[in-house]
Design a protein around this ligand. Structure first.
Ligand code: GTS
Length: 215
């Protein structure tokens, strides 16, 4: 199997996959693109036209997409003990880790909606406020779960930390004016610790330039 990952420099969803592959020591080719531009190859592999997309270059008909599903797929295809396990030990805690991912991805979704609302000729204040409430509510929940813990579940690095760390790293780059680091010092310290991991250091998000008109 020769894995290729289609990613974009700011993508918090793709960063989760990059972190997981790095933590498990799984080799892959990284393809970086702008999924919003007409030059994107993403639609060739995902009918939903979204990245990240992970596929075996020797089996192009079985691409894997939707970051949460990609992470489940990776865990299934590259299980412990041969590879580092990224799921908690118990089923209950695995479900909680996936609930953390729901919140983290939901914060990302609301951020993306706000980002594009700002591009509109007359952005809706009501719509933007609604998305901002989701970001703030999600961060409040992550801060409560993090408390003063090193990791969110079972005192080991899991999917929950990949998801939470990725959205916090995304806010640092794409929503620098959000005061979450002042509002939740514990969450900032938690994020700082994760950003010190090699898998995070080598996947720090950076802005991209979108050439085509999107909205
Ligand atoms: N739910 C998806 C969201 C993925 C997503 O929205 N990807 C964006 C790029 S980024 O926001 O992650 O940078 C995309 O490809 N958008 C293109 C489109 O929506 O047509 C996931 O978890 O993978």
């Amino acid at each position: 199997m020769v894995l290729k990952l289609i990613s974009a420099t700011p993508s918090p969803y793709a960063r989760k996959v990059r972190i997981a592959l790095h933590e498990k020591g799984i080799p892959f080719e990284l393809v970086t693109e702008v999924p919003w531009d007409n030059t994107t190859e993403t639609p060739q592999h995902n009918p939903l036209e979204k990245l990240p997309v992970l596929f075996d270059t020797e089996d192009l008909d079985n691409a894997v997409y939707e970051s949460h599903f990609i992470l489940d797929w990776i865990e299934y295809k590259y299980p412990s003990p041969e590879y580092l396990g990224l799921m908690p030990e118990t089923k209950e805690n695995e479900l909680f880790a996936k609930k953390v991912q729901v919140i983290a991805d939901g914060i990302c979704d609301a951020c993306v909606l706000m980002f594009f609302e700002k591009q509109r000729s007359s952005p809706s204040q009501e719509w933007t406020s609604r998305q901002r409430r989701k970001v703030d509510g999600g961060l409040n929940q992550l801060a409560a779960w993090a408390a003063d813990r090193e990791f969110l579940v079972e005192d080991k690095f899991t999917l929950a930390d990949i998801a939470a760390g990725s959205v916090l790293g995304y806010l640092r780059v794409r929503f620098q004016d959000h005061p979450w680091q002042q509002d939740y010092p514990n969450l900032k310290q938690y994020s700082d610790r994760l950003e010190a991991r090699e898998s995070f250091k080598t996947t720090v998000p950076t802005p991209q330039t979108i050439k085509d008109r999107i909205v």
